[in-house]
Design a protein around this ligand. Structure first.
Ligand SMILES: [Cu+2]
Length: 103
């Protein structure tokens, strides 16, 4: 199924600790996958396309750090909890959540 151009699909995914999520950009535009630093479980690592250390760095660097059309980004989630993330240039439309269950 073709996803809408400015959306994460599905918006919410649920996985287990130590599992990996992959995002593929099958739209016609560049996007980022960038964690909200205040939307991470305690002890969880920050993550973003472009491999910046902070949310602000990812915001400041854009359009560097983009996930280009056809590219894939993967992140492994080692800490249980809820992770909120967004796309830097489309934050109004593109937000998502990864729920990591410890069982
Ligand atoms: Cu986007």
């Amino acid at each position: 199924m073709k996803t809408p151009d400015n959306a994460f699909a599905p918006t919410t995914v649920t996985i287990g600790v130590g599992e990996r999520v992959g995002w593929i950009n099958d739209s016609e535009w560049s996007h980022t996958v960038t964690a909200y630093e205040d939307g991470l479980p305690d002890e969880a690592a920050f993550f973003t396309t472009g491999a910046y250390d902070t949310e602000q760095a990812a915001r400041d660097a854009w359009p560097d750090g983009d996930l280009e059309v056809g590219e894939t980004y993967e992140h492994t989630f080692e800490v249980a909890g809820e992770y909120d993330y967004f796309c830097v240039p489309h934050e109004d439309e593109m937000v998502g959540t990864v729920i990591v269950k410890d069982e």
